[in-house]
Design a protein around this ligand. Structure first.
Ligand SMILES: [Zn+2]
Length: 410
């Protein structure tokens, strides 16, 4: 049985491993991250897992199966955080996975398939500007050139950062996971408010959205705000205002599948009260778990930017910064987790994940499942991030049941 007490003790301990300041600050490969990683390694050893470390520093704890050659059932998440983040993002998936192993041990469950618990390093993009780096290394999406190219704000390359931690960055190719998996499972906080608002205890993820991000520069004319009549202006900020509302409207009006659209960056120049804004930079992020639907909205936004700026006698330069492919999780895995929730009598719903996760890299090659638990007010990446212990227990219970079924004989 899942032990709430054991989980609570481990969350409490993790909450003390942070750099000074509000909330949790465990930046990838920092001393705090390393200290938390060492604590998790100890927990894994206590749970009877055999530890190995790959060349990116990912920690893999293995519970051998009665058939060591059978496909591995993998579960895991991350323990690094954003600056001033919370103690649940990622941590729920790691501590939940270790607790599931403890349950297996206590139930004397005999697993045919080996089970591996993984701590993926550097999941957050806070330090090197790119997310889920540890998963990328394990899934063959990383090379030495990229390690050298990724540099943090202090000028330290990821390559040198790995070397300083005693890892052999030159052998990054060998970090690629060499075998086909039976399944990959990740427990995570929702990082949104849907579960809480609908009073639902667990979410079963149907797909993981991926963003298209655009930088838009609107070029107008900076003029004197007193001396320029209204009909003689080329106000870039007024055009930006129309564009921002169109991003909202077009995302909202997607009829096929849900799309979210956000204009999160706006810089107006010169940014003074007595000058008509001559240039505006916008940062637009559009996401969906359906690529075709997302592209439709992106194209519609681009067309609107063109007509809005032309009507105002302005020009716009649009740069696509990223255009990633969303991941759809397989129906068989969704139904499998749905059945477990029913069996255990947990209220649950199927839902997309708006945020990226380690799981998305495995979904291309492996039957992959994600279980969400609610977080208070939907807040994440913030010191106020909070998940209720009863929900963590419920999520862990589903994870435990899932891996027992997956690791049994076919
Ligand atoms: Zn996370």
């Amino acid at each position: 049985m899942v032990s709430e007490k054991r989980l609570a003790i481990n969350f409490e301990k993790m909450s003390t491993i942070t750099a000074p300041g509000q909330g949790i600050t465990r930046i990838a490969f920092s001393d705090e991250d390393w200290q938390a990683r060492n604590f998790i390694i100890e927990l894994m050893k206590e749970a009877g897992l055999a530890i190995r470390i790959d060349h990116f520093g990912n920690v893999i704890g293995r519970l051998e199966g009665t058939d060591p050659k059978a496909k591995v059932v993998m579960l895991g998440s991350h323990i690094d955080s954003v600056p001033n983040g919370g103690n649940f993002d990622g941590v729920v998936g790691v501590l939940g996975a270790i607790e599931a192993i403890n349950c297996i041990n206590e139930a004397n469950f005999v697993n045919v398939h080996p089970i591996e618990v993984v701590v993926f390093m550097s999941e957050e993009s806070s330090r090197f500007g790119v997310a889920t780096l540890g998963s990328k290394a394990m899934c063959g999406e990383m090379d030495v050139h990229t390690l050298k190219k990724l540099v943090d704000k202090k000028g330290h390359s990821l390559y040198n950062t790995l070397k300083l931690r005693g890892l052999d960055a030159d052998k990054i190719d060998e970090a690629v996971y060499p075998h086909e998996l039976k399944a990959f499972m990740e427990l995570h906080i929702e990082q949104g408010k849907v579960l809480e608002a609908t009073n639902t205890q667990l979410g079963i993820v149907t797909g993981i959205a991926a963003p298209t991000r655009m930088k838009v520069i609107i070029n107008g004319q900076a003029d004197h705000s007193g001396a320029t009549p209204m009909n003689m202006r080329q106000d870039a900020l007024c055009a930006a205002a129309e564009i921002i509302l169109q991003v909202e409207k077009l995302a909202k009006s997607s009829e096929e599948f849900p799309v979210v659209g956000t204009t999160g960056i706006i810089h107006a120049h010169p940014g003074v009260m007595n000058v008509v804004p001559g240039t505006v930079e916008l940062g637009i992020d559009i996401r969906s778990i359906y690529m075709e639907t997302k592209i439709k909205v992106v194209k519609a936004v681009m067309a609107k930017i063109k007509t809005i700026t032309e009507n105002r006698n302005l020009t716009a330069d649009i740069t696509t910064l990223t255009n990633e492919t969303p991941v759809r999780l397989k129906d068989e895995v969704i139904n499998f987790l749905d059945d477990i929730c029913k069996e255990k009598n947990y209220s649950h719903m199927q839902m997309p994940s708006g945020a990226g996760h380690d799981a998305m890299h495995w979904a291309h090659t492996t039957p992959t499942g994600m279980i969400f638990i609610p977080c208070k007010n939907g807040i994440s990446h913030n010191p106020a991030e909070h998940a209720e212990m009863k929900d963590i227990v419920a999520g862990t219970e589903v994870l435990y049941t899932a891996i027992c079924k997956l690791a049994s004989k076919e």
